[in-house]
Design a binder for this molecule. Structure first.
Ligand SMILES: [Zn+2]
Length: 95
């Protein structure tokens, strides 16, 4: 799957063993890609994906240069949980 974040196509991969490394997923500003632990399903998957999308938006608009990583994590966690609690998500089909 690829996501369009401000015109940049961000690949999303399912990766084995991330939870064992202490993370559900991550966004890499170097490779402009998202990886999500392959075992996540349902709400855990959606919250993690939203969380990482928020990190990619912070990177895309350089918000990470003016707010601390701690604040970025709080925004990503809380906005992701709020969105997933109130909406259902379905990826648009893109060409
Ligand atoms: Zn995070």
């Amino acid at each position: 799957m690829k996501l369009n974040v401000y015109g940049q196509m961000i690949p999303v991969k399912r990766t084995k063993g991330l939870k064992e490394l202490g993370m559900m997923g991550f966004y890499s500003p170097n490779t402009k890609s998202i990886e999500i632990d392959s075992t996540l399903r349902g709400r855990d998957y959606n919250e993690t994906l939203m969380h990482e999308i928020i990190h990619s938006v912070f990177d895309a608009i350089s918000l990470n240069t003016i707010v601390s990583l701690e604040v970025e994590e709080m925004v990503a966690d809380n906005v992701a949980k709020c969105l997933v609690k109130n909406f259902t998500f379905k990826k648009k089909v893109t060409k």
